[in-house]
Ligand binder design. Structure first.
Ligand SMILES: Cc1ncc(COP(=O)(O)O)c(C=O)c1O
Length: 376
């Protein structure tokens, strides 16, 4: 139940055990084109997609180095570790970064974002971390942003690494120019493949203004794909096989059913865990579907709690980041998550709390969660 990497279905794991093929062969073309076409379906886009052999940070860095030049003005909401890292990358790139900073656990409101656009009519791009994994907050107005970016044709860039595959994110309908996901999160594949989609106008810009970098030069990937359906560099072949299998499973389930399952499991976890006396860290309207961050009860030791949960009950959850270390723990609700994971996590957390001397009403919590799961 980590916020990534998440559980990987047996079928996906098995797909990695295969011969290593020549990445300049028809076999590779078949593998890679299927990966790209299926990723486009999951992203709901006709835009170009590159499946980078890298962790999520690689895709995020690619979105920065290919689109941003020294002095460009960028707006970005900042409310935790991943949005801070992204704003730092933008600053390192020389951008003039307008940070909409809010207390961790809350998001900048749409009004604050509008105000930033009102005050800056020369914005080059709006960057946003869809789901701040460090605090369990999710931005819920991404469908409204293109009304703002369209004012002066600024670019719209979304890091949806810890959400895409688990919630609604129609890239084309919402006019998102660049969108990133991570294989190890809601897509339920092993870590190491990070897909990134690029709109035609962003692609044109990237080709005309290539960055002084080799590996993450996206124009190079577009060229290779157009000419031969290859990648410019040697891809992580076993991971691509696994990722293809994960995409097949996602599309077999159907995105609507998958989104519904994530939502129901998330509701059940929030309700059940609240019923045993835990409180979510994030403000109610900003709470993430896939990352459930909970405040520790007074005096509850982070290491003892998580070690007991892992060693006695075999349930893994994550601790907090930076100054939230020891104050919150985070439960991932992503990928394969189903009834079994929800019920087992709630009961294991309740038993661990009981063992550590906190009284919980486990039966009631499980009943509440069970009731929510009836809709599955
Ligand atoms: C929102 C977000 N962005 C970026 C990253 C970085 O991904 P990676 O650790 O795969 O490089 C993460 C990882 O958790 C994330 O949650």
């Amino acid at each position: 139940m980590l916020p990534g990497p998440t559980n990987v279905p047996e079928r996906v794991t098995r797909a990695m055990f295969t011969h290593i093929i020549n990445h300049r062969s028809p076999d590779f073309v078949e593998l890679y084109t299927e990966v790209i076409e299926k990723t486009q379906q999951v992203f709901q886009t006709k835009n170009d997609v590159v499946a980078l052999s890298s962790s999520g940070t690689g895709a995020v860095e690619a979105s920065v180095v290919n689109l941003i030049k020294k002095g460009d003005k960028v707006i970005i909401p900042v409310n935790g570790e991943f949005s801070s890292r992204l704003s730092q990358m933008l600053e390192w790139q020389g951008a003039n970064v307008i940070k909409l900073e809010t207390t961790p656990g809350t998001n900048a409101t749409l009004e604050q974002v509008k105000e930033a656009f009102d005050n800056n009519n020369d914005v080059k791009a709006f960057y946003v971390v869809h789901n701040e994994t460090s605090t369990g907050t999710q931005v819920k107005y991404l469908d409204k942003i293109s009304e703002l970016t369209s004012r002066n044709d600024s670019y719209y860039v979304v890091d949806s690494i810890s959400l895409l595959g688990g919630v609604e994110l129609p890239v084309d309908k919402w006019n998102i120019d660049v969108c990133m996901a991570g294989s190890q999160k809601a897509l339920a594949a092993p870590p190491g493949i990070s897909p990134i989609s690029v709109s035609p106008r962003a692609k044109k810009y990237m080709i005309e203004n290539p960055p002084p970098t080799m590996y993450f030069n996206l124009a190079r990937y577009f060229k290779y794909y157009e000419e031969s359906k290859h990648t410019p560099f040697t891809p992580a072949l076993p991971l691509l096989y696994a990722f293809r299998e994960a995409l097949r499973m996602i599309l077999e389930e159907g995105m609507d059913a998958r989104i519904k399952r994530h939502k129901i499991c998330s509701d059940a976890l929030y309700s059940g865990l609240s019923a045993i006396g835990l409180t979510p860290f994030a403000k109610e309207e900003d709470r993430s579907i896939t990352i459930i961050a909970l405040n520790y009860l007074d005096g509850l030791d982070d290491n003892t709690f998580r070690n007991t949960l892992a060693n006695k009950f075999r349930v893994l959850v994550a601790g907090g980041f930076g100054n939230l270390k020891g104050k919150v723990f985070r439960v991932g609700c992503m990928g394969e998550v189903h009834r079994y994971h929800v019920m087992r996590t709630i009961s294991a957390i309740a038993s661990t709390l009981d063992m550590m001397g906190y009284k919980t009403n486990t039966v009631n919590a499980l009943k509440i969660a069970e009731e929510k799961l009836k809709n599955l």
